[in-house]
Design a protein around this ligand. Sequence first.
Ligand code: ATP
Ligand code: MG
Length: 425
Amino acid sequence: MTGSPALMPEPAPIVACTISGDVQNFDLLIEDMEAELGEKWGDLSFDDAIPFLSQSDARALEFVAVALGAEDEDKLGIVGEIIRAANEKKVKVILVAEDLGPMALHQLLRLGADDFCPYPLPEGALHEAIQRVRKARPTTATIIPGSDGAEEAGAQYGGTGREGVLLPVHGLAGGIGATTFASNLAWELANVGEEGNEKQKPPKVCLLDLDLQFGSVATYFDLARRDSVYELLSDTAAMDTESFGNALQLYRDKLHVLSAPADMLPLDLVTPTDIARLILTARRMFDFVVVDMPSTVVPWTETILSSSQLYFVLLELDMRSAQNTLRFVRALKAEELPYEKLRYVLNRAPKFTDLSGKARVKRLSESLDIKIELQLPDGGPQVAEANDHGLPLSEHAAKNPLRKDVMKLATSLYALTQVEAVAAD
Ligand SMILES: Nc1ncnc2c1ncn2[C@@H]1O[C@H](COP(=O)(O)OP(=O)(O)OP(=O)(O)O)[C@@H](O)[C@H]1O
Ligand SMILES: [Mg+2]
């Protein structure tokens, strides 16, 4: 995992960030930022900015100062995306530009940058720009050119205008049941309220298979693996809600699925920026975005972790799970990543009556110093049968104990988001 210090949660609240190729080329900006904010600001590279801005913590930022030199003319594309990502989080953007042509400047201001200062910074210029953005009314995503398509597509999919909840699922060892859990959770979420309360409209749910090499979501829903997925992932700069929507497949009119690509591709085909763009797009269009993660840790694992609300980690009651959990948590702690978002799910947990099994679960959680919040039962051969038939458990064996527990989880996750939505209104 490649953690940049700027991506880590800081003890002092960071209220602003500089974003540049190399902030050392802008020493006057460093001086002015220090004078204005003391230590309450950080620095990001162009590549780190989008993953950072796509996580929910970015809302705490008041503004970003994007510094561009003449040599950065070729960065206009990514700067445009940074501006859009900042606008989405209602973070103001101050451009600080040295020798940037009027056309480029015009283009960036049109994209939604809020203010501009020339570089070298004239005395008091940054201070005044900060005052102006503080006074200005909040920007809305609707005034950003290019976001209209998203609104439309969101409406087409019944988008709520809110950001969807990101729920990644990560199996800590091969074959542990991560894809089964992710697939059935996504399906149950897409069906919340169907039984019992017909008036309740189920949420819009999308399942992304990011286990790019051996992803089996398509198999578990009997869907094709599409070439358009590769095209989407190999050029995310060109991705919009339409191309994203076209790469999705609809399962039984309820669940949108992005399968893994048809061919086996290297895991580093996609960068953290690609994944951040993908997640940003998916969350704009859906209420819940469930992600099946590869069990390998990749550079974009932290991108997903940082943007997620909860991060489900699957383990079993065996030595390899225990050791892998230890390694995983240690790696996250070393990088100061938000490991507190992890929610441990014990799959094939011992039955209620299995007292020695219960004692082993207790010992496992004590020795790893983790809280196992969810225990899923062994669903027997019906589970593999459902997967082989390309059916969610509810369609193949609705009374299976694993299905019942996943359905309960989906219902309570949905209820939780409803409560939060009411609190936020
Ligand atoms: N709780 C369960 N009860 C019974 N069978 C299960 C359970 N969970 C998973 N399985 C079965 O275990 C097998 C592996 O499951 P799955 O493909 O979901 O694991 P995975 O962690 O995604 O594996 P991979 O490492 O290949 O990604 C499948 O045959 C599935 O049906
Ligand atoms: Mg899997």
